[in-house]
Structure formats: structure tokens, C-alpha cells
Design a protein. Structure first.
Length: 78
């Protein structure tokens, strides 16, 4: 499938919009001082292309993030 053009992204925690990943991680209570991220909005992905939206430092941070996002977070994109 593809290509895909991402026109907009909305990240919420407990139903409240988050300004960026740093704010979202803080709202989720995930301590991750050294994380990487990509800008997704306005991106065009070719068929089969992938993009890492958030890169966390280590397995422990990822597990905490994953659990918190599943319980309290939402990432919508169109």
C-alpha cells in the first residue's frame, strides 16, 4: 500500500492534547531524558517505508511508555 501522506497528528494523554513528546512523556510519568523523535505531520511515506516516531533509551523506558500509553494515551493521525 502507499504512498501515504500524513496530514495531521494528535497526541493526547488522559484526553488532554500534548504539545510534543517531551510533554507527553512527562504527563505519562515516563522518565526519559535522552529520547529521539521524528516529525510525522506532513511526511510522505513510500510503500514499505517505515518511520520511527519515538525512540526511547532502553527497554525499561519503552515498557513504562508502552504500558502508560495503552492505559492513558492516544495517537491519532490522518
Amino acid at each position: 500500500m502507499g504512498p501515504a501522506r500524513v496530514q495531521g497528528v494528535r497526541l493526547t494523554v488522559d484526553g488532554k492534547p500534548q504539545r510534543d513528546w517531551a510533554h507527553a512523556l512527562a504527563a505519562l510519568g515516563v522518565q526519559a531524558d535522552d529520547f529521539g523523535h521524528s516529525t510525522l505531520s506532513g511526511t510522505v511515506l513510500a510503500p514499505g517505508e517505515t518511520l520511527s516516531v519515538l525512540i526511547l533509551p532502553g527497554v525499561d523506558a519503552y515498557v513504562r511508555f508502552h504500558r502508560a500509553m495503552n492505559a492513558r494515551g492516544l495517537l491519532d493521525y490522518c
